[in-house]
Ligand binder design. Structure first.
Ligand SMILES: Nc1nc2c(ncn2[C@@H]2O[C@H](COP(=O)(O)OP(=O)(O)O)[C@@H](O)[C@H]2O)c(=O)[nH]1
Ligand SMILES: Nc1ncnc2c1ncn2[C@@H]1O[C@H](COP(=O)(O)OP(=O)(O)O)[C@@H](O)[C@H]1O
Length: 197
């Protein structure tokens, strides 16, 4: 079982953890980097978003996302249960508010993996959040990764690449950029950032 008790937390006692937001274009490797970091440090907590997107093969409800329909998503918004939400490439995604605030109040580092619009909303509502941009080594490599993943139809890939152009242009809004050349290196750097005061 994953270690979750405070005793196994990687947070040094004198550090007050902040909210870290990891963003970057579709296909850059956000999920891969986060999965690697959590395989090495299972005690690091990652917010699980709600989405109206259909699950991909292997994705599990409550683990990768909370998969909901449009009506349920409307209710989450109406009840104020989302810290932020955005529409991305035809689906809606949102961060459940309560779980994030509980973790921060408990003094644990919190990681959100969300899109550019969500990152901007978090910056507005939580001024001390740390925004980390995950960049591809090159545009060609981003196209290769998104296409090579093989999870989206060609027209969905086109929408995501169009969104990627917008996202890449927003890099300067972030506090830090990490270039995803080596998954292991980036995962280590991301954890180090999360544990910084
Ligand atoms: N604003 C916002 N974006 C999210 C949330 N959860 C996931 N996303 C983003 O939605 C986009 C699409 O996610 P997904 O369909 O899983 O595709 P993938 O990230 O390319 O594998 C990505 O940029 C995610 O980071 C959320 O709760 N809020
Ligand atoms: N550093 C890397 N080098 C090579 N391929 C990578 C790297 N990081 C991720 N990938 C691959 O790129 C594809 C997209 O990664 P994924 O984590 O799904 O991206 P995102 O979550 O940002 O959409 C996957 O096939 C993944 O295996």
């Amino acid at each position: 079982m994953a270690a979750t008790s405070r005793g196994t937390s990687p947070v040094p006692p004198d550090v007050r953890p902040r909210l870290t937001v990891l963003s970057g274009p579709s296909g850059v490797g956000k999920s891969t980097v986060v999965a690697h970091m959590r395989s090495v440090h299972p005690e690091v907590w990652l917010s699980v978003s709600a989405t109206t997107r259909k699950p991909r093969p292997g994705e599990r409800n409550g683990v990768h996302y909370f998969f909901v329909d449009d009506e349920e998503f409307d209710k989450l918004i109406a009840n104020g249960e989302l810290l932020e939400w955005a529409e991305f490439a035809g689906n809606r995604y949102g961060t459940p508010r309560r779980a994030v605030l509980d973790r921060l109040e408990a003094g644990e580092p919190v990681l959100l993996e969300i899109d550019l619009q969500g990152a901007r909303l978090v910056r507005q509502s939580m001024a001390d959040a740390r925004l980390v941009f995950l960049a591809p080594p090159s545009w060609e490599e981003l196209v290769r990764r998104l296409t090579g993943r093989g999870t989206e139809a060609p027209e969905v890939i086109e929408r995501r690449l169009a969104a990627a152009k917008v996202e890449l242009a927003a890099e300067a809004e972030f506090d830090t950029t990490l270039v995803n050349t080596s998954v292991e290196d980036v995962a280590r750097e991301l954890l180090a950032l999360m544990l910084q005061a």
